[in-house]
Design a protein around this ligand. Structure first.
Ligand code: GLN
Length: 487
């Protein structure tokens, strides 16, 4: 019973049903770890012990009545971008520091209905804009593998909390890499589903045509169990897709002999850290041993993904963030002289630097006279990128590549150089522009720091990603490695 926090979601689900421990005991154990360890990591913005224990009590009753969901009684955390009724939902921003959501996001509702316990809300880059978790109003998150380093972003709090065993699993969102990149830098398994697979209702919008929620967990198996709860059509999100949700857990054990894996030549070129490259190559060797057939492919327009993204994402964010005007909710300046002063000062005080930079870029790109040169052009490039993938998936079943060009970097190293920071997403962004599913699984540590292998699938082929990742994790134990100074 002492090492409950070491167990996977599926092991915990079995333990709860066996009566080895109750959800209340499990929740207490996690809350005690957060209390003891999170001051050194800052992975949570809000911890709600009372609510968690009452949800755990209810889950114990559900379990006694034969609850079906594997998530019943399991303590998880939500990225603070998901609206949670009655609980502060800050989105990592001063703008929403005082915002208590009157409703739950669909993802939150689904976990509640499954009987999962919410320990709290995790830290994140402000409005999910960042790759290091340093843009949070609540301060940076520290990487549990090395506290002088970033955990990645924007779902850095979720990644650090899962890696440090401060929750059994967590939700994240990924607009340009924010699930896969922090999963890679913290040594966990994180999946960004196909655009439309998971409802965006109640998930505070950054760039609506790119945003997608997904699971962050210790293993592909746990991610599969979580995705099964999250995925599915939602009438409240007009971009959510009417497609049946497969039983992801049941598909995990399928044979991957003969699976065709493509390695995009452009991802193994200049800019890739040699240690990351070596770990990725070793992992590809494992897939070969499992019977996969590995071929080289090309994604010739990948170098255009970062520039195209930094037009589309800011354009959409400038429109989405217009609602934060100091009038209906969120931060309001003191003693405004008139309406214009209210807007200007509330926004100037409520938003941080990176968010302001994006709003300015986006407003510029959408303005009359520049729209065709920037926004329209970026949308055309997006089509080129999507057709690169379409061609690739005529040849292969899955694409394998590094998730990030390097390992976790030092806090402060890139924060004053936005272009270098933006380039840390060079391997993840194209997947969002094309709307495809992608996953990062640990294939390190190398020199004490995690490395992530990215697997990219065709539309709605999350099951195949999870199957390949699970078979790999059955044959190897990189996913079991834990940060040394976290007991
Ligand atoms: N790092 C990228 C950005 O800053 C992606 C963020 C995300 O996926 N939310 O926009």
């Amino acid at each position: 019973m002492t090492n409950m926090h070491e167990k996977s979601i599926s092991e915990l689900a079995a333990g709860l049903r066996n009566g080895d421990y109750s959800s209340v005991e499990l929740t207490r154990a996690y809350l005690a770890r957060i209390e003891r360890l999170d001051s050194g990591l800052n992975s949570y913005i809000t911890v709600d012990a009372e609510r968690a224990l009452s949800q755990a009590g209810a889950a114990d009753r559900m379990l006694r009545d034969g609850a079906a969901s594997p998530l019943a009684g399991i303590p998880i955390a939500h990225k603070d971008i998901f609206c949670t009724q009655g609980v502060r939902t800050s989105c990592g921003s001063r703008m929403l520091d005082n915002f208590i959501s009157p409703y739950d996001a669909t993802v939150v509702t689904r976990f509640k209905e499954a009987g999962a316990v919410m320990l709290g809300k995790t830290n994140m880059d402000e409005f999910a804009m960042g790759s290091s978790n340093e843009t949070s109003f609540y301060g940076p998150v520290r990487n549990p593998w090395d506290r002088a380093r970033v955990p990645g972003g924007s779902s850095g709090g979720s990644a650090a909390a899962v890696a440090a065993r401060l929750c059994a699993g967590a939700t994240g969102t990924d607009t340009g890499g924010s699930i896969r990149q922090p999963a890679a830098l913290c040594g966990i398994s994180g999946l960004k589903p196909t655009y439309g697979r998971v409802s965006r209702y109640g998930m505070i919008a950054f760039a609506s045509s790119l945003d997608q929620a997904g699971p962050m967990a210790r293993s592909a198996e746990d991610a599969a169990l979580m995705l099964g709860v999250m995925a599915g059509f939602d009438p409240r999100d007009s971009t959510s897709v009417h497609q049946p949700v497969p039983d992801y857990g049941a598909g995990l054990d399928g044979d991957i002999g003969g699976l065709r894996i493509g390695l995009p030549r452009e991802f193994f070129a200049e800019g890739l850290d040699a240690k990351v490259a070596a770990s990725i190559e070793a992992a590809i060797g494992e897939f070969r041993k499992l019977g996969a057939e590995v071929v080289e492919i090309s994604l010739p327009n990948n170098h255009l993904s970062v520039p195209a993204y930094y037009v589309v994402a800011p354009a959409e964010c400038s429109s989405n963030l217009a609602r934060f005007d100091g009038v209906r909710f969120g931060h309001r300046c003191q003693g405004p002289k008139d309406l214009e002063d209210l807007y200007k000062r509330s926004r100037a005080e409520g938003f941080g630097m990176e968010v302001k930079r994006r709003i300015l870029i986006g407003t510029y790109a959408l303005s009359a006279g520049y729209f065709d040169a920037y926004y329209l052009k970026a949308q055309q490039i997006r089509q080129l990128i999507a057709s690169d993938f379409r061609r690739a998936f005529e040849q292969v079943d899955l694409i394998a590549a590094p998730a990030t060009p390097g390992m976790a970097f030092a806090i402060g190293e890139k924060i004053d150089d936005p272009v270098t920071m933006y380039l840390s997403d060079i391997y993840t962004i194209a997947v969002n522009l094309a709307g495809l599913p992608g996953m990062s699984i640990p294939v390190g540590p190398a020199n004490g720091l995690p490395v992530g292998l990215q697997l990219i699938g065709n539309y709605f082929d999350e099951g195949r990603l999870l199957n390949a990742a699970h078979r790999f994790q059955q044959a190897t134990d990189w996913h079991l490695a834990a940060p040394a100074d976290i007991d």
